[in-house]
Write a protein that binds this ligand. Structure first.
Ligand SMILES: Cc1ncc(C[n+]2csc(CCOP(=O)(O)OP(=O)(O)O)c2C)c(N)n1
Ligand SMILES: [Mg+2]
Length: 832
């Protein structure tokens, strides 16, 4: 079947369902709408919603009401697949399982008293207590027990602040002493300018199930930005799964804990959810738990979402939502088991909406009686969950258990204050780079050239396809040209340079993963990584036919998302450091939709959490008269984020430079993110193409010298496309007195290379930074003071567009006039 005819549910909807009996009809009414009248919240804030279909009496109705309007409210009748609906109905309508009640009670006591001791000993410190929704802990415990039965080796968890410390102690099973020690704080001198608050730090640990299975727990480091960790967690899981091979999606289980306000409000979660069943991003189903306290900070539900439930957003997908009253602990456990089994049966996401309340303010320094006086009066009188459960199960020793557990926790707290202080982040292994200490260490660099013979062989593979393959004539022409490039008959363009870099890497056993909008073909028609047979749409990917035993090469079209997909790829790069992982923006400026991922993970992950990533961002950039939103990848913003060699910002001006840069990135034994401003019109421009010899010799040049001018009166420094335009204009003018240099690596600042150029042109009196961007954008504010420092007594001038709030004009004609003026100003003697 051609791909455009395939639908996700075509198989499911094709099956005819038998006509229902009376009993089924009554049950169906409750299966459909019962959750609207279920008893879901401990404080009874959610009034039952009348529904005409539920106004039925009789035996069946009573039976169905008991199942569907109890403390579990299931939303699942929107799922088109009758097998899935049947599965859920059977499980809910069947007998309730039994659980170890004493164990559950002890877990609740532990969760509550852990918070209580923190409150007493560290009064006024934020901890974001779980009280009111402590059933989360038995829930996670039940998930892990089930996970053990399914052979899970690791639970990958993403969560925000609420209950995080409790999870670190009781799920990741870090010792209580260690968690308390976090509150004793560290010597401030050890983390000056780095580190993170304790409720954002990641944690790892080991959970042993009751039958003795060991499950590694990985709680992902996350920033304050709610839900930003979602795609990162899923990407990390996918990388772990891919590395493990076939059983990966069974062995690595992702679980996201959300706040109700954030779940409903944050777009990045919607983007993440949308990835669930797409082959490029799927992880075999993510478990979602909403820690639903019906409030966000000082804002109540009806101000947080238009729907009755925060979980409504999940209805966009064909996945079940189980609302559960957080005060019926056994219903919570039952839901946890159901959700896990559903995930393993149908490889689907599942949402558990765990409804409770928030005992204190948003944090413990917050007084909620100012904003919700009546609610908090009711909460004050409401007993803690462990007391309710103890009464439910008639445990007469509950008070004694509570005393024992409290004493245990208090003793751990006392020991904590005597623990050794945490080591400084700076002392931990991994916090290093080739640039550490401001001095570049060339011995950490790698050889990126590829022998000519090998290049020829790679080109042959890249331009070949099976004899019976019906190729599109335009693609055929492109491949013929690529073959000529490989033979040295034609200069190599960017598209081929990238293909050669990828091919040489997979041949060496280095996997490639690239995703972005329309990346398979390439937004600018430049990549054509996947060939399609025009008669049957069969795919042929030359990069998968490079050599026997090669590594995989995966190039995907992404969903129309930036934050979600970039977050995913960042996560992937974290857990697959051997691979070259790239994310491509359609146009560079769209990266700003993913700014939180860039700010909070990519550029600061090492400083905050000591976590490394070699992710590559490909951001098309260049002023070509396409309007305000297709011109600028906002170079200035990346430069502002640069410090302590946290990442690399490069703009290669030729195909060979791009080739060496990509290879350098992954062949190095160390990892730093890389932002590449990539070309658009220059993709096929002769000036930016390179002879094949430049691929078999040399390396990435941080500064590209000017081979044509040895003695200059005026030296122009620039980056990207304008450098080519300047050189062409200079040619037209036949002016041999102006040197034009490309700064190819903006950060880390190539001081030594630039110094060499200043030395070479020591007689030049005019030093100019030239850029296409307005004066308040581009690299100008970054480059000017640095160039000035190197220029000594020569003053550095600049040529740029006038300052502007919008990056570029909407008129192509205006653009042309501006561009001409820039070039002429840059090349004329008094231009500045
Ligand atoms: C993107 C973002 N916006 C705002 C905040 C500030 N903030 C922190 S917690 C919070 C309330 C979150 O409510 P909810 O998701 O229901 O979680 P809860 O604290 O109730 O568990 C807000 C607004 C933030 N951290 N991230
Ligand atoms: Mg909330």
């Amino acid at each position: 079947m051609p791909s455009f005819l395939k639908t996700e549910d075509s198989a499911a909807t094709a099956v005819a369902e038998p006509s229902p009996s009376d009993r089924e009809r009554v049950f169906d009414a409750f299966r459909n709408w019962g959750y609207l009248q279920a008893d879901l919240d401990p404080l009874r804030l959610l009034a039952p919603v009348p529904h005409p279909d539920l106004q039925i009496e009789g035996e069946y109705a009573q039976e169905a009401r008991a199942v569907y309007c109890g403390t579990i409210g299931a939303e699942f009748m929107h799922i088109p697949d009758p097998e899935r609906r049947r599965w859920i109905a059977d499980h809910l309508e069947g007998p309730a399982p039994t659980f170890d009640q004493t164990l559950t009670l002890e877990q609740l006591i532990r969760a509550e008293f852990f918070e209580l001791v923190l409150q007493q000993r560290y009064l006024g410190t934020k901890r974001f207590s779980l009280e009111g929704v402590t059933a989360l802990l038995p829930l996670l415990d039940e998930v892990l027990e089930g996970a053990g039965r399914h052979g899970v080796v690791e639970l990958v968890m993403g969560m925000s602040h609420r209950g995080r410390l409790n999870v670190i102690a009781h799920v990741a099973r870090r010792s209580l002493e260690e968690v308390f020690a976090g509150f004793e704080d560290v010597d401030p001198r050890s983390v000056l300018g780095g580190g993170d608050v304790k409720y954002h730090m990641g944690a790892t640990g080991e959970y042993t199930t009751r039958s003795g299975a060991k499950i590694h727990i990985h709680l992902v480091s996350n920033p304050s930005h709610l839900e930003a960790v979602d795609p990162v967690t899923v990407g990390r899981t996918r990388a772990k799964q891919d590395r493990a091979g076939l059983p990966g999606s069974k062995q690595f289980l992702p679980l996201l804990v959300h706040g109700d306000g954030a779940f409903a409000g944050q777009g990045v979660f919607a983007e993440t959810l949308n990835l669930a069943d797409i082959p490029a991003y799927s992880v075999g189903g993510t478990l979602h738990v909403i820690v639903n306290n019906l409030i966000g900070f000082t804002t109540i539900s009806r101000e947080l979402h238009s729907s009755r439930f925060a979980a409504q957003l999940a209805r966009r997908q064909n996945i079940p939502i189980f609302h559960v009253n957080g005060e019926d602990v056994e219903a919570v456990l039952r839901t946890a088991r159901l959700a896990l089994e559903y995930r393993y049966t149908f490889t689907s996401d599942v949402v558990i909406d765990l409804i409770g309340y928030r005992r204190h303010g948003h944090s413990e320094v917050d007084d909620p009686t100012i904003t919700q006086p009546l609610l908090y009066k009711a909460i004050k009188e409401h007993p803690p969950l462990w007391e309710i459960y103890a009464q439910d199960i008639g445990d007469r020793e509950a008070a004694a258990r509570a005393d024992r557990i409290k004493a245990e926790i208090e003793a751990a707290q006392k020991r904590a204050s005597t623990l050794r202080k945490k080591p400084s982040l700076r002392e931990l292994p991994g916090y290093w780079s080739a640039y550490k200490g401001g001095r570049y260490k060339p011995q950490y660099e790698v050889d990126t050239a590829v022998p000519a013979e090998e290049l020829r062989a790679l080109s042959e593979r890249l331009s070949s396809y099976p004899a019976d393959f019906h190729i599109h004539p335009k693609v055929q022409k492109l491949l013929e040209q690529r073959a000529e490039m490989g033979l040295g008959k034609r200069a190599v363009d960017y598209g081929m340079a990238e293909a050669l870099a990828f091919a040489s890497l997979v041949k060496k056993g280095i996997p490639i993963r690239l995703s972005g909008q329309d990346s398979r073909r390439g937004t600018f028609n430049q990549r054509h990584s996947v060939l399609l047979d025009i008669e049957n749409e069969q795919e042929y990917v030359p990069l998968r036919h490079i050599s026997p035993g090669q590594a995989h090469c995966k190039i995907y079209n992404s969903t129309l998302s930036e934050a979600g997909v970039l977050g995913f790829e960042y996560g992937y790069s974290r857990d697959y450091p051997e691979a070259l992982v790239l994310w491509e923006a359609q146009f560079g400026d769209f990266a700003n939709v993913a700014q939180a991922i860039i700010d909070q993970f990519i550029v600061s992950g090492e400083a905050k959490w000591n976590l490394l990533s070699g992710l590559v961002l490909l951001l098309p950039h260049g002023y070509e008269g396409q309007g305000p939103e297709h011109s600028s990848a906002r170079i200035e913003r990346f430069l502002q984020l640069a410090a302590t060699d946290n990442f690399q910002i490069c703009q290669p001006s030729s195909a060979a430079q791009y080739f060496h840069l990509l290879r350098r990135q992954v062949l190095r034994s160390w990892r730093k993110p890389l932002v590449v401003f990539t070309p658009k019109s220059m993709l096929r421009h002769p000036e930016a193409s390179s002879p094949i010899q430049e691929f078999s010799t040399g390396a990435f040049l941080k500064v590209r010298p000017d081979p044509e001018v040895t003695e200059a009166r005026r030296v122009l420094f620039c980056t990207g496309k304008i450098g080519h335009e300047l050189r062409m204009a200079r040619k037209r003018k036949k002016d041999a007195s102006v040197a034009i240099l490309f700064v190819e690596q903006l950060y880390p600042f190539p001081e030594a290379e630039l110094n060499a150029e200043f030395e070479r042109y020591r007689n030049a009196r005019e030093i100019v930074w030239v850029q296409e961007e307005p004066r308040n954008m581009g690299a100008l504010n970054y480059m000017l003071p640095r160039l000035q420092r190197l220029a000594g007594d020569r003053s550095v001038l600049s040529v740029k567009r006038s300052a502007s709030p919008s990056p570029a004009t909407g008129s192509t004609k205006a653009h042309d006039v501006e561009q001409k003026a820039l070039l002429s100003l840059a090349l004329s003697s008094n231009g500045h």
